[in-house]
Design a protein. Structure first.
Length: 508
């Protein structure tokens, strides 16, 4: 149901019909004009919008036993790997106490309200909570006189963290499906001028956003700015509006609303149990970079932390690249051998494909891949009139691919030799994909800004759709990664890449 239809369905003889502007946004500013004399009692009448909130609470309640199960499996697994055999009575009691503390830590970090945080923020908080939780578990072992070792602590942390991140990713996917099917939508009002409210209403109204925009209230209307209205009257009038449309949350999208009006909105929302959110223009910025700080006695300033890694973080990132690339080559060595034999046996030509690509600082390097096309196919593309200088050039159905090459492309096996590029320092595990030098030189203004960071095997746009995205969207996502570069984002992308490999979406 559209905002206009919903508003009309809720209107009756007491409240006047709202105005709908040329964009379809519903103006609820004057909707309570016919109810000026109503006295609001102290009973909140939220009935229409509670189903979505109830479902979110159920998700939060489900996460509690899930977290307990993750820790219990980690503790039992660590005991089996380190000490073998069944745990004794003291160890079992320690598990029970540790699970209670574990849930307490996760609750303190807000991890049972998934509707209030983005995926990366949940990933970051889960990682922090697991670290704090393990410290709490260690204290429990001292109290219960259970013997532990450094290897036991490491095993427990690794198992618990992997289980937690995997389980929460599954739950978040489930929540995303509910949002996409419009089964999980928060009823939302926007407070702002007609122009300022239009943008958030359009964003909130997109499929899968998880919000149902009911309309907007003009921040410059007498409802909020009338000097004749007392603070109590202003709050009561807002409560009448909130009672009528029963929103789950309110978006403030106005830069003109004063402190008295803001206070009235917050008081009315608190008394009706409604969440208040602030909408502002910070496109392409991840929420983890923002911190709120008081400014004066009544103001709040949003601080945007600088993007990019410090010198110490760069060292850590490079160290992780070397360690993980080395482990990856060791684990993937049987696959590398099988792929090399299959390529050599199925078609004439070299096993590896070498191409000049561009990385950080516009520096060229030779990138390695398993050959997936017939030998000399690159020259054949020019003869067939293909413009390979187009940014992110790639054909969905490419007749030049060999039979073995199609399989390797589908499972991204052809990318494995780039682990050697990581060890050589030309690439990182995570970063914008390196593009051929031909494409970069032909589109230097468009593609040049991508080279502020080292190129990577996987990146932000790879986990958002890979080759299914057009070049404009891929570049936008690359810029987003550069602007929000952090170790937490890198770790999140690496874990999401594993899922992208199994789903194979956009791989061709």
């Amino acid at each position: 149901m559209t905002p206009r239809d919903l508003t009309a369905a809720l209107a009756d003889d007491v409240l006047v019909m709202p105005e709908v502007d040329e964009h379809g946004a519903v103006d609820l500013t004057d909707v309570i004009d016919g109810a000026n004399g109503l006295i609001v009692d102290g009973t909140a009448g939220l009935t229409v919008g509670t189903s979505t909130l109830r479902r979110y609470r159920l998700v939060g309640f489900f996460l509690v036993p899930m977290d307990v199960l993750c820790l219990a499996i980690a503790l039992l697994g660590a005991h089996e790997l380190r000490f073998e055999g069944l745990p004794d009575r003291d160890y079992a009691i320690g598990i029970a106490v540790a699970c209670v503390l574990w849930v307490g830590v996760f609750h303190a970090l807000g991890l049972y309200t998934p509707q209030h945080m983005a995926a990366l923020e949940e990933f970051r908080r889960t990682t922090v909570a697991a670290g704090i939780g393990i410290v709490a578990v260690i204290f429990v072992t001292f109290w219960s006189r259970v013997y532990v070792s450094r290897s036991w602590i490491a095993i427990t942390l690794i198992i618990a963290l992997l289980l937690e991140l995997t389980a929460r990713m599954v739950v978040r996917r489930y929540v995303a499906r509910l949002r996409a099917s419009d089964s999980l939508m928060l009823r939302t009002l926007v407070i702002g001028s007609r122009e300022q409210a239009q943008e958030p209403i359009e964003a909130l109204g997109k499929p899968g956003s998880g919000f149902l925009p009911l309309g907007y209230v003009d921040a410059t209307s007498p409802l909020l700015t009338s000097a004749d209205a007392s603070p109590v009257e202003r709050v009561n009038r807002l409560r009448i509006l909130f009672r009528r449309f029963r929103p789950d949350c309110i978006f403030m999208a106005s830069t003109t609303i004063g402190p008295r009006q803001m206070l009235a909105v917050m008081q009315a929302a608190r008394q009706e149990g409604i969440v208040v959110r602030i909408y502002t223009h910070l496109s392409g910025v991840w929420a983890s970079r923002l911190t709120a700080q008081p400014l004066g006695t009544e103001g709040v300033a949003l601080t945007l932390k600088p993007a990019g890694l410090s010198a110490s973080q760069r060292i850590i990132k490079r160290g992780l690249d070397i360690v993980l690339a080395g482990i990856g080559l060791l684990l993937a060595s049987p696959i590398l051998l099988i792929a090399a034999v299959a390529i050599k046996a199925s078609s004439a030509g070299p096993v590896l494909f070498r191409q000049d690509r561009v990385t950080e600082g516009a520096r060229s390097f030779v990138m390695y891949k398993f050959r997936t096309m017939a030998n000399g196919a690159e020259h054949g593309a020019r003869e067939e009139g293909m413009d390979t200088s187009v940014p992110f050039f790639k054909l969905k159905t490419d007749h030049r691919l060999t039979t073995v090459g199609k399989v390797m492309r589908r499972w991204s096996i052809d990318e494995l030799p780039q682990l050697f590029n990581v060890l050589l320092g030309d690439m990182s595990l995570v970063g914008p994909r390196p593009l051929p030098a031909e494409q970069v030189s032909a589109n230097i203004e468009l593609l040049g800004p991508r080279h502020e960071v080292r190129s990577g095997i996987t990146g932000w746009w790879q986990i958002q759709g890979r080759s299914d995205l057009d070049h404009e969207e891929a570049i936008r996502l690359d810029h987003f990664y550069i602007e929000n570069w952090s170790t937490a984002l890198d770790a999140y992308i690496l874990l999401r890449t594993v899922g992208a490999l199994f789903t194979r979406k956009g791989a061709y």
